[in-house]
Write a protein that binds this ligand. Structure first.
Ligand SMILES: Cc1cc2nc3c(=O)[nH]c(=O)nc-3n(C[C@H](O)[C@H](O)[C@H](O)COP(=O)(O)OP(=O)(O)OC[C@H]3O[C@@H](n4cnc5c(N)ncnc54)[C@H](O)[C@@H]3O)c2cc1C
Length: 441
């Protein structure tokens, strides 16, 4: 491949999700020369951002991306990465990250909570039916708590968050990593959108830059440091294309399934998603209030069989519990484009237990016991494909000098909880490390 136009930068960051945006912003704000490359576009101002059509257009394979086993993977590709479609839930990093892997991001997390005003929604915004669900769980002894959010309802015009929040935020309440991208650019970082990186350039064991295509034309960036933040699927693919064959072996997903039940009164579809959550650390699952948006519901349920989409007219009367499993490392992202994520025996046991608990809660909340059902399995947290300890050291550096990875792919195990706060913490820590390293050399 010819290089085409060649740029030069001290640091090049690939991908503008929470990992890449945090690193680009942090480096630019202290005057470093940074170029941020993103394969998607900035669609926040487009008329279709946050609509059903938009969600199809900016998700990989129009949301029809499946693992070999049939797990539906949602992978947004645009400025801000998956925070363009996330539910804005925030959770601190799991204790094992520090205790078992020696990675302490407590300071960075506290700083982020303060900076982005992370907190649960006010009681009157959590939704009546969602709150009733949480109260039912509490009555059974499950300690559901108001979920911390990357949301500031006072920014909204007006606040009208409901299950469609997952298509993209149209009311302005939800924080998106694209805001860190804006701040990086204001601080002097270069940003190229529509810039798909295809290869990493290495000479004599030292990183020298990246190569890719922008607007159909080849380009290259020569850089002293490359930070891959292309996400749990993008980063291993880039590494594989550059000869790092061990990347992408094994994957975590926090595999997700919704359990639904019908109630006589209002369901939770017109309420913000995930306003209440419960983490069962020991059993390895998390539960939250959530149902799929109105138009997604029949499409998703048709994968289960004809009788399910026929319940569409009762969408307004559904209460739903979302199960997020801390799944084991399995399958992987392969060089031929395939993705595999089989459920292990332990995953299945965890899912069976989580389903039994969810069923009890739904019935306690008033759902008809004979009418409980689950959605097909889904994956919204592709991660653990370039793991710390396997391919990266504690400072997120690979064995190629100057090549770092900072995104969900670095997780050494499944988080089993919302990822973004941990990724931002890792990004801020990496910035600190890069600046310290620079002073030493
Ligand atoms: C529907 C949904 C709901 C979610 N809800 C929550 C939630 O409530 N809370 C939470 O914490 N997490 C949530 N998540 C998960 C969270 O959003 C992701 O785990 C997180 O955004 C991952 O961050 P990242 O930096 O690893 O990569 P991503 O956010 O995936 O960003 C990677 C970026 O890299 C770009 N890219 C990929 N390949 C290339 C390439 N070759 N060249 C250039 N650019 C490239 C992509 O276009 C993308 O913009 C949700 C995810 C989804 C899909």
């Amino acid at each position: 491949m010819t290089e085409g136009v060649t740029y030069r930068s001290e640091y090049v960051v690939v991908g503008s999700g929470p990992g890449g945006a945090t690193v680009a912003r942090g480096l630019a704000q202290v005057g470093r020369d940074v170029l941020l490359l993103e394969r998607g576009k900035d669609l926040r101002k487009s008329w279709y951002y946050g609509t059903y059509l938009g969600a199809l257009l900016y998700s990989d394979r129009m949301s029809f991306l499946y693992s070999a086993e049939g797990l539906n993977i949602i992978r947004p590709l645009m400025v801000g990465g998956a925070t363009s479609m996330y539910c804005a839930c925030a959770a601190p990093p799991p204790a094992w990250l520090k205790d078992s892997y020696g990675i302490d991001i407590d300071e960075e997390v506290v700083d982020t909570i303060k900076e982005l005003a992370i907190a649960p929604l006010a009681p009157e915004l959590r939704g009546r039916a969602s709150t009733r669900l949480a109260e039912a769980a509490q009555a059974l002894g499950y300690d559901w708590q108001p979920q911390d959010k990357f949301m500031q309802p006072q920014r909204a015009h007006p606040f009208r968050c409901r299950s469609t929040c997952m298509l993209g935020c149209r009311c302005g309440a939800k924080w998106n990593a694209a805001e860190y991208v804006d701040e990086a650019v204001q601080a002097g970082a270069g940003l190229r959108t529509g810039a798909g990186v295809e290869r990493i350039l290495v000479e004599d064991g030292q990183i020298t830059g990246v190569q890719g295509t922008m607007g159909g034309m080849p380009f290259a960036v020569r850089a002293d440091h490359v930070i891959l933040a292309a996400g749990g699927i993008g980063s291993p693919r880039l590494l594989q294309a550059s000869g790092f064959s061990a990347a992408g072996e094994g994957m975590t997903m926090d595999t997700t399934v919704m359990i639904y039940g019908f109630v006589n009164d209002q369901g939770i579809g017109n309420e913000p998603p995930m306003t209440w959550s419960f983490e069962h650390g020991e059993a390895g699952f998390m539960l939250s209030s959530l149902i799929d948006p109105w138009l997604n519901y029949p499409l998703i349920m048709s994968q289960k069989g004809l009788k399910y989409p026929l319940t569409w007219h009762r969408w307004n009367h559904i209460v739903g519990v979302m199960i997020k499993l801390k799944d084991e490392i399995s399958g992987g992202v392969y060089a031929d484009g395939r993705i595999s994520k089989p459920m292990t025996t332990r995953d299945r046991e965890r899912l069976a237990l989580a389903t039994a608990v969810s069923n009890r809660i739904l019935v306690e909340a008033g759902a008809e016991p004979s009418n409980l059902f689950s959605t097909p399995l889904r994956g919204t947290h592709p991660s653990g494909t370039v793991r710390i300890g396997a391919l990266l050291d504690k400072n997120l550096e690979s064995e190629t000098k100057g090549l770092y990875v900072c995104d969900a792919s670095v997780f050494p195990e499944a988080l089993g909880r919302p990822t973004v706060l941990t990724i931002i913490g890792l990004g801020k820590r990496l910035v600190r490390h890069l600046l310290t390293e620079d002073q030493v050399t």
